[in-house]
Design a protein around this ligand. Structure first.
Ligand code: PLP
Length: 431
């Protein structure tokens, strides 16, 4: 016989013995702390203009609109506005609608998504690909599930890994050791210490804040020597490096040596979503056990179709990659010639150091207000205190005139705010 539950009586102020908690106060106090540390984030209202990359419309608080140039986009190649990509999205949205209709368990597969996974597996030369709703989720779900399914797994994680990887490691519940950033000797020491137990090395190819690159081949050598599995995040490299845009591991000829390659569809490919590629067994296991895959609505078919169009296009076209590297090199040279404290990088990322959170925000505000240039300030916890910076990401579409304008604007800003020049040593502040 069905049991009918009576709804609980609503609690009123007089129904319980407790003093009413000031919940709002907790949130205000947390925000006050952020303000006090000069870490409170304010998002500018920036509307990109299709077909005019890197131009955008900045909507001020008073409602007025000003055209500006964006110098910090992670849509590194402007693929988010590429006609083939936009057409794939609009055509598929007209055909299939805009949502996915549920998780893949509920809504099933759809062909744009399955085609995209095949495209990604082919890109990285792996047996299979699995798409998630973001690169963040792919790392969190991918790393945690893979490590959890390996009994007694020890995770060896680079000290500079992205938060999504750190969360993946944490969620796995496995023991972990952190190796000093890109330090092969330290990694080897930890591998030896670990002995015979199963080991998973997790690392990135391009580290996005310093723009440096991992010695992927040498890490694979160590993995081979000590019997470890490898998981590589190519988020800041896919689309941008390698003959077909598969990333640094392709450029360096070591892609086949990495067990799992993770990437995003949101940066070089200009869309949204993330993925992992690897053997069919690993990917089928992640598909079957990862909560971050199972319990969330799938990527919509129109997004999958757009991402696939972008991946396919960048597999065959070198024009964007070449122009990207050329414009990044020209930007670095121009800023260095102007005496600005550019952090030397071997990639497309151009950090200009400030070394103070408040000044970094002030520099970004000044550039936007006085020069119509948008560069988001990068402060703690994204980078250590004392190493705050403007992170500039030139694209193939930033031309010589725009580079010249950027250089003059930065030089004027550095003078106006009396910011540190080239030659300054930026030291991480002690926590
Ligand atoms: N991995 C790295 C190294 C990242 O920097 C980011 C985001 O910036 C991600 C993963 C997450 O990717 P997504 O933006 O697609 O969630």
């Amino acid at each position: 016989m069905p049991v009918t539950r009576m709804p609980a009586a609503p609690k009123t102020a007089s129904s319980g013995p407790g003093i009413k908690t000031d919940f709002e106060g907790y949130f205000r106090a947390a925000l006050d702390k952020l303000h006090g540390e000069r870490r409170y984030r304010v998002f500018a209202d920036i509307e990109r203009v299709a077909g005019r990359f890197p131009q955008a419309n900045w909507r001020r608080q008073d409602g007025s609109i000003r055209e500006i140039t964006v110098w910090c986009s992670n849509d590194y190649l402007g693929m988010g506005q590429h006609p083939e990509v936009v057409n794939a999205m609009t055509e598929t949205a007209k055909r299939c609608g805009v949502g996915a209709g549920g998780t893949r368990n509920i809504a099933g597969n759809n062909s744009p998504l399955v085609d995209l996974e095949r495209e990604l597996a082919d890109l990285h030369g792996k047996e299979a690909g699995l798409v998630f709703t973001s690169g963040y989720v792919s790392n969190q779900a991918g790393i945690s599930t893979i490590a959890r399914l390996i009994p007694n797994c020890l995770i060896l994680s680079d000290a500079f890994n992205h938060n999504s990887m750190i969360e993946g490691v944490r969620h796995s519940g496995c023991e972990k050791r952190i190796f000093r950033h890109n330090d092969l000797a330290h990694l080897e020491e930890l591998l030896i210490e670990a002995g015979d137990r199963p080991k998973l090395i997790v690392f990135e190819s391009v580290y996005s804040m310093d723009g440096d690159v991992a010695p992927i081949g040498k890490i694979c050598d160590l993995a081979d020597r000590y019997g470890a599995m490898t998981y590589l995040d190519e988020v800041h490299a896919v689309g941008l490096y390698g003959e077909r845009g598969a990333g640094i591991s392709e450029r360096d000829g070591v892609m086949h040596r990495v067990d799992v390659i993770e990437g995003t569809l949101a940066k070089g490919f200009g869309c949204v979503g993330g993925y992992i590629t690897g053997t069919s067994a690993v990917l089928d296991a992640v598909r079957s056990f990862a909560a971050g895959f199972i319990f969330t609505t799938a990527l919509p078919p129109a997004v999958a179709a757009a991402a696939r169009a972008s991946v396919r296009y960048l597999k065959r076209s070198q024009v964007e990659r070449e122009a990207h590297q050329r414009q990044a090199a020209q930007t670095k040279a121009a800023l260095e010639a102007a005496g600005l404290p550019v952090l030397h990088t071997e990639t497309h990322i151009v950090p200009v150091m400030v070394g103070d959170a408040e000044l970094c925000k002030a520099a970004a505000d000044h550039l936007l207000e006085c020069h119509g240039i948008y560069i988001q300030p990068i402060n703690y916890p994204t980078v250590p205190r004392g190493t705050e910076r403007l992170r500039i990401t030139p694209s193939p579409f930033h031309d010589a005139a725009q580079i010249e304008k950027l250089t003059a604007a930065l030089a004027e800003t550095w003078d106006a705010l009396d910011l540190p020049r080239a030659g300054t040593v930026f030291v991480e502040a002690a926590e």
